[in-house]
Ligand binder design. Structure first.
Ligand SMILES: CC(C)(COP(=O)(O)OP(=O)(O)OC[C@H]1O[C@@H](n2cnc3c(N)ncnc32)[C@H](O)[C@@H]1OP(=O)(O)O)[C@@H](O)C(=O)NCCC(=O)NCCS
Length: 200
């Protein structure tokens, strides 16, 4: 599905149904998504907020929202999942990457609203990001996480990321995914296919 969004951008929309039957619309983030992103961040549990913004005290400041909605499709890429079943749209997940200066690697982040976790949405969002980064020729996707973040450990492993300790800081782990392997192992390709969800 494709449409013109409220920012006047031409958007490719994807409607997906999750494991529990709820549906969301996934599309690229645009400037006018600030309020949606702010509500998502402010509605996170302290644990999810701590895991997303290492340390956890992060406020949804104007500066942060400006950064998160700066989707130029070159240095930054971002996708948002919107639940449109209520009175007004609600953002329930965001995935984004920022390209390193060398243009070869990008740092990614994903967050799913607590009441939407464990339904496969994180995986769909990250896969969307991986597909776009890979198509753009970016070589490596990585994320630096707190070693305490158990959820992300399993999640990143399931997505094919390799985990390494940070030799400078034992409280941190770096997860890395080779986006352009010479030969992608078949198991990994299958693992990266969308989970058993209906794309409408
Ligand atoms: C990490 C996060 C994005 C996962 O989102 P999600 O929508 O729950 O993930 P999915 O449902 O797609 O799960 C994907 C896989 O990750 C693993 N996983 C996810 N959450 C898990 C948990 N709490 N415990 C164990 N494994 C988990 C599982 O292997 C799962 O595969 P399965 O569903 O086949 O069992 C979500 O927990 C989150 O937003 N956490 C807070 C922010 C954060 O830590 N972001 C990552 C770093 S920026």
């Amino acid at each position: 599905m494709s449409t013109q969004d409220k920012c006047g951008m031409h958007l490719d929309l994807e409607r997906v149904t999750l494991k529990d039957g709820r549906s969301v619309t996934i599309r690229p983030v645009c400037r006018k998504d600030g309020e949606l992103e702010k509500s998502l961040i402010e509605g996170l549990s302290p644990e999810s907020r701590r895991d997303r913004f290492i340390g956890g005290s992060c406020k949804a400041s104007e500066k942060l929202i400006e950064l998160l909605t700066d989707n130029d499709h070159e240095q930054h890429e971002a996708f948002i999942a919107v639940d449109e079943s209520g009175d007004k749209p609600r953002a329930v997940a965001v995935a984004n990457y920022a390209l390193d200066d060398d243009g070869r690697a990008c740092e990614c982040a994903v967050v799913v609203s607590d009441d939407w976790q464990h339904e496969g949405l994180g995986r769909i969002m990250l896969q969307q990001l991986i597909d776009v980064a890979r198509a753009r020729g970016i070589e490596i996707m990585y994320s630096i996480e707190s070693a305490d973040n158990i959820k992300v450990k399993k999640f990143a492993h399931a997505m094919g990321f390799v985990c390494k300790a940070d030799p400078r800081d034992y409280t941190l782990l770096t997860y890395t995914l080779d986006l352009q392997p010479e030969e992608a192992p078949i198991g990994l390709i299958q693992q990266h296919q969308r989970p058993a969800m209906q794309s409408q």
